[in-house]
Design a protein around this ligand. Structure first.
Ligand code: BES
Ligand code: MN
Ligand code: MN
Length: 463
């Protein structure tokens, strides 16, 4: 057993209690009434970074929620690592099916249950503790470290690109480390090398000036709710393909080589059933489940409303109906171009009997990270030692838009070294983080920094 492992073992209880503190703060970035809690979470992270020995820590306000930034630059010849994560979380209501209060963390069966446990507070915490342990055991870090923890990831990071552009030199690094994804399982770690991009829009369809009696006007006024459904239904072909003209034009085709890599992480139908509870898989013909999620673009209805939705019946012809729609994108699709294509398609589909408006809410670029970099070798070694198995490479369906920003800004490799598990329930009820993932995650993060410290900055930048 190494000194690090011994220390982590001795501090298990302490780590758990500290992480619980972090999880008790309801830092829900999308709810304005939670702004003070979001601020409190930023302060908590800043205090942790100071305790970990970072030389300079600040809370930088933005137009909405602050960015927490810390740095330790005491290894001049060594590589510089930028660690990114987010301290904000998705909303959570007890009534949505939580077995315990989402903001009163509880351990059951070796899992820590709370909103943000896995996405992303537990993983951020693991990285901070790795820094602290290295600092305590060695009196210095093996690399220069810059830590950037934002509070707006779950709302599409509206102020982060501006922050990075404004502090481009200050944030410059040879490699970027992000822990905000899941592994295959506790015994089969994986490194994410692909994330999808995103364009999120809201489509409002309006008909009559005000709600009408459906007896008096049904049959002579095109019902906006119906018109919206007609438009939405026409956005997919029967074989699951997205029916937006030009949608697939820039999609990089999958090579045989890549399909072989993806096949290694294929989900069985049984596993799919366990994770979803839905009766039968669905999706684009000609692609496996993992390919559909990781390597193909999609269009989803995220919400749909209009007319009467209360208890009982009300015979009304609603004046408007709205849908939230998002597309997950893959290289080389551009979120702004896809927004334009979607707008053009809706213009073609919308009947003259209604008016419509499409509002874009956010945009994020997809990302693909090269597998053969020196930095990636360090990540592989870290997982081998931290989790006891060679990691697989995985393309994920989720989005972390800043990953593309880091690549575009610095050309530095981004390592998506996540410690979550597929059944963590991120964004849903009963989100959890396995304690084993926490402890092994701390260990793996520490080894990763040590491994990166054995390389030269030039070697890491080359990919
Ligand atoms: N940690 C997730 C991203 C993620 C999810 C990566 C699953 C890999 C697998 C992140 O917190 C998230 O939820 N991102 C949002 C981004 C959006 C709000 C722009 C997402 O993917 O919906
Ligand atoms: Mn996340
Ligand atoms: Mn998330």
């Amino acid at each position: 057993m190494t000194e690090l492992e011994r220390l982590i073992g001795a501090k298990r209880e302490h780590f758990l209690e500290e992480l619980k503190e972090f999880l008790r703060i309801p830092s829900i970035s999308t709810l304005s009434e939670r702004s003070a809690d979001v601020q409190r979470a930023a302060e908590w992270v800043a205090a942790q970074l100071r305790a970990a020995g970072m030389a300079h820590v600040e809370i930088v306000p933005t137009a909405k929620h602050p960015v927490v930034y810390g740095e330790w630059l005491g290894a001049p010849e060594r590589p510089t690592v930028l660690i990114y994560g987010h301290y904000d979380v998705q909303p959570a209501e007890l009534e949505a099916g939580w077995q315990s209060d989402p903001f009163v963390p509880e351990v059951r069966d070796g899992n820590l249950y709370a909103r943000g446990a896995s996405d992303d507070k537990g993983q951020v915490y693991a990285n901070i503790k790795a820094i602290q342990l290295l600092m305590e055991t060695r009196g210095a870090l093996p690399v220069n470290v810059k830590v950037l923890i934002e509070g707006e990831e779950e709302i599409g990071s509206p102020n982060l690109d501006g922050f990075i552009a404004a502090h481009k030199e200050r944030l410059r690094a040879d490699v970027v480390v992000v822990s905000d994804t899941a592994m295959q399982s506790l015994t089969q770690p994986s490194i994410v090398y692909g994330l999808r991009g995103l364009v999120y829009v809201e489509l409002e369809v309006r008909g009559p000036e005000r709600d009408l009696h459906s007896g008096g006007f049904g049959g002579v006024v095109h019902n906006p709710a119906q018109a919206l459904c007609e438009i939405i239904a026409a956005l997919h072909h029967p074989d699951g393909r997205v029916a937006v003209e030009g949608f697939y034009d820039k999609v990089r085709p999958l090579t045989a080589e890549e399909r072989a890599i993806i096949a290694q992480t294929e989900v069985s139908e049984a596993e799919w059933r366990r994770l979803t509870g839905a009766p039968q898989p669905w999706g684009e013909a000609g692609y496996s489940l993992r390919e559909r999620v990781g390597a193909r673009p999609t269009l989803e209805i995220n919400g749909l409303w209009g007319g009467f939705t209360g208890e009982g019946s009300k015979t009304v012809l609603p004046s408007k109906a709205t849908a939230k729609i998002s597309c997950r994108l893959v290289p080389d699709q551009d979120p702004y171009e896809i927004e334009a294509l979607l707008r053009a398609q809706i213009a073609k589909l919308a009947p003259p009997t209604v008016r419509w408006e499409l509002r874009a809410l956010n945009h994020g670029y997809p990302a693909l990270v090269p597998l053969d970099s020196a930095a990636m070798e360090c990540a592989v070694t870290a997982y081998e030692r931290g989790f006891g198995a060679r990691p697989l490479f995985l393309r994920e369906g989720g989005s972390i838009p800043v990953v593309a920003t880091f690549t575009q800004t610095y050309g530095a490799p981004v390592l998506l070294v996540g410690y979550g598990l597929p059944d963590d329930g991120a964004h849903g009820p009963n989100e959890k983080f396995a304690l084993e993932c926490l402890y092994r995650g701390i260990h793996t993060s520490a080894i990763l920094l040590e491994e990166l410290g054995k390389r030269t900055p030039e070697a890491l930048r080359r990919s």
